[in-house]
Design a protein around this ligand. Structure first.
Ligand code: BGC
Length: 742
């Protein structure tokens, strides 16, 4: 459709039809035979009139070619102007093929791998009818208590957030949205949702504008620059005003300063929630606040549907704002080619050949391996020797539930289990005992009852627990090495899953302690959605492989990795805390006036734990041994137009081939505002043959030295800087240089 035709269409629309475009509901109503059902079913709380239902512009989480077509047909058959619905979905880590959860993807430090995973999920969801995906989530996340850190692709680092945000948006959208395999990206959640106080989901966010610009804004900005078609607001308040009605955030920063031209959608029910926040006095005021802030689509609160017209009748100027929003929505529908073909790229035939196809599954396995982080490998316990007897123990050994809490559409039939795959490879050399449940039923019941859900009673739970441990001990006794697969329950991570205790469940710790008494080498494969506390169990383990929730091909990827067919190369994107009391802990913090020093009392520290994180940002081992030497700067002084080239010698001192992520950090030693002790400025992931030596270099330019000063200007200042290069944020070589504005 030409622009002129879109305007003509807009001019034909009644105010109700326009408002409808700004309303998003669950699409199931269009699948219901019972015409009244739609108003008594899931939508009854929204109080939508039947007429409004056939005006709505978009639906949520309907996917699958047949279903999408049915909903679109039903809708169009009763809609006057036949403007196709937009289908928006949460394809967070893949559609049918579940890829590793976003925090894991980030640990690959490989944009090509992330791009490929995104392209496969984009293709799968596009042919299954999705037009828009509520992804990526680029909220900077420093607090392991927050359940949603699992969705954060850049973890605690603003540079990773920026780079990954661009990669993912471009991979979803390509150059032409109407092309098969391309869908619009809805980046979330503006803004600073990751900074909820105490890591409690939906909680308050309050921070200085400088902090906001320095750390939180860059990833959203990068996504906008990459052309993201949509943004979603966050549930939190930002400096006293809910994001969804925050005019400074939406109008001043997002629209004016960053020049965002796309659609802004509220998060689920968030317009209505401005009442509970204590900001809007009632539903009508909530509608007014949201439209004035510039929210184009109301996701699932019914507030726009029920109040925008009243506001319009009181003040017809509101129509200008409505027109702006509707124009944006129609423009996106047009870019997706929906006016020519309301089904978009929906294609049942392709669904049959493409979804879960073996080529993509093989690729997924390769990519999944890049997301694993080897946290410990004492005495080179890994890779396992295949001539040994292995006891596989733990509730994640024979378990296909390893796709994470957002993989509701994934096809689990091909998930496979670690047990099956080990047995295939090693036959009777593999022994198995479950050892324990992931979580005691009494713990699961606590979660269920807090959510008003029915609890499940288990007879003699503690006796069963003892029996399982006893059988695990018997199994382990017959083996040379124990491989444990433990971790968080999937209901402990994700939205509304904040935790004040980030240890492994107590029953799992008990199992580790009992098996430790056998004095056999013991390796832990760790399944989790957040950095967990490992300090109480780490010493008992010889090896720890962090696999997060690795998805459909996870079991195969893990087995091959621990048997040495592949070599771990992931690096952490969030620091692991010593314990929950240390949260939030992140590498790019400030120094304080009393930095921690041994043997001093009045310094910034805890009495009972070290000041440093347990595993630092950027950390991750390999089966290779990489040695860094010869840090060399081609000069030690630069002006604003120059660059300094930093090079380092890296030697793979092992017989294994593998990848290493080489990281460059900078510290601005003295600034007009204090600067962090280290900031990631560049990284490269390089392949090394056995015993290969490489010289790797980076260029430092003025842009890497800029920061937000007190006057909120983005500047670099003359002075001394430290530069660090290493395989993580702690073990680094360092040197200094000077920036001088001569
Ligand atoms: C989440 C969003 C998600 C939306 C739609 C909300 O509860 O915060 O991230 O996209 O639901 O499912």
């Amino acid at each position: 459709m030409k622009y002129k035709e879109i305007i003509e269409l807009l001019n034909k629309m009644t105010i109700e039809e326009k408002i409808g475009q700004m309303v998003q509901i669950g699409g199931d109503v269009f699948l219901s035979d019972d015409t009244n059902g739609m108003l008594t079913g899931p939508l009854k709380n929204l109080h939508l009139s039947k007429k409004m239902v056939y005006h709505v512009g978009s639906v949520l989480n309907i996917i699958g070619a047949e279903k999408v077509k049915k909903v679109q047909d039903e809708y169009l058959s009763k809609s006057r102007l036949k403007i196709p619905l937009l289908f928006m979905d949460d394809i967070i880590n893949g559609y049918k093929i579940a890829f590793p959860i976003p925090i894991a993807q980030g640990c690959s430090w490989n944009t090509k791998a992330i791009q490929k995973m995104t392209e496969i999920s984009s293709m799968e969801s596009s042919i299954a009818g999705a037009n828009v995906n509520f992804s990526p989530m680029v909220d900077l996340s420093r607090d392991a208590r927050w359940g949603r850190v699992m969705e954060s692709i850049g973890g605690e680092d603003p540079l990773l957030g920026e780079i990954y945000a661009k990669t993912v948006v471009k991979a979803y959208q390509g150059k032409n949205l109407s092309e098969i395999g391309k869908i619009a990206s809805c980046v979330k959640h503006i803004a600073a949702y990751g900074a909820v106080e105490a890591g409690r989901d939906y909680n308050t966010v309050d921070m200085s504008e400088r902090e906001f610009r320095q750390y939180y804004l860059p990833a959203y900005k990068a996504a906008i620059e990459a052309g993201a078609e949509m943004l979603m607001t966050s549930f939190n308040i930002l400096n006293g005003i809910p994001s969804t009605v925050n005019q400074w955030l939406i109008q001043e920063v997002i629209r004016k300063e960053l020049g965002f031209k796309g659609i802004i959608i509220s998060d689920y029910g968030a317009i209505e929630e401005t009442i509970a926040h204590g900001y809007s006095a009632n539903e009508k005021e909530a509608a007014k606040n949201a439209i004035n802030a510039g929210i184009d689509i109301d996701m699932m609160s019914g507030i726009y549907a029920n109040y925008l017209k009243d506001l319009y009748l009181e003040n017809q100027e509101i129509e200008n704002k409505v027109n702006e929003s509707v124009l944006r929505i129609l423009t996106l529908k047009n870019k997706l080619g929906l006016f020519e073909n309301p089904y978009g790229n929906t294609n049942e035939v392709k669904e049959n050949t493409y979804l879960m196809n073996s080529k993509n599954l093989e690729k997924a396995k390769e990519l999944t391996q890049e997301t694993f982080v080897l946290l410990k490998n004492k005495n080179r316990v890994l890779p396992l020797k295949t001539n040994k007897k292995i006891a596989l123990i733990g509730p994640y050994i024979d378990n296909i539930g390893i796709t994470g809490s957002w993989s509701m559409f994934s096809d689990r039939t091909k998930n496979g289990t670690i047990l099956d795959i080990f047995k295939e490879i090693m036959g009777s050399q593999v022994l198995y005992a479950k050892g324990c449940e992931i979580l005691r039923q009494e713990e699961i019941n606590k979660i269920l009852s807090a959510e008003g859900l029915p609890m499940v009673h288990v007879e003699n739970e503690s006796q069963k627990e003892q029996d399982m441990i006893a059988s695990a001990i018997q199994t382990a006794k017959k083996a040379d090495v124990i491989v444990l697969a433990l971790g968080e329950h999937y209901r402990q991570t994700g939205e509304a899953c904040s935790r004040s205790n980030i240890s492994l469940p107590e029953n799992q710790i008990q199992l580790i302690n009992k098996l430790y008494a056998l004095s056999k080498p013991m390796v832990l494969i760790l399944f989790n959605g957040r950095p967990v506390q490992l300090s109480t169990i780490e010493e008992k383990l010889d090896g720890i492989l962090e696999v997060w929730f690795p998805g459909t091909t996870g079991a195969k990827a893990i087995t091959e990795m621990i048997l040495g067919e592949n070599n771990p190369s992931g690096k952490l994107t969030m620091s692991f805390p010593q314990n929950v009391g240390q949260c939030p802990v992140y590498y790019n913090h400030y120094n304080t006036g009393r930095p921690h020093h041994k043997n001093l009392r009045y310094v910034s520290r805890y009495q009972d734990i070290p000041t440093e994180s347990f595993y630092p940002f950027g950390y991750g081992l390999s089966y290779c041994d990489f040695k860094y030497t010869e840090l060399y700067l081609n000069k030690h002084k630069m002006n604003k137009n120059e660059t300094i080239t930093v090079s380092v010698k890296i030697e793979n001192q092992s017989d294994y081939a593998g990848y290493e992520v080489i990281q460059l950090y900078i510290q601005d030693l003295y600034g007009s505002v204090v600067r962090p002790i280290k900031e990631l400025k560049a990284f490269k992931k390089e392949y090394f043959k056995p015993h290969e030596i490489k010289y790797v270099d980076f260029d430092i330019d003025i842009h890497m030295l800029k920061f937000w000063n007190e006057k909120l200007e983005f500047v670099a200042e003359s002075g001394e800087f430290k530069v660090f290069v290493g395989g993580d944020s702690v073990n680094v070589l360092e040197d200094k240089f000077e920036l001088d504005f001569y």
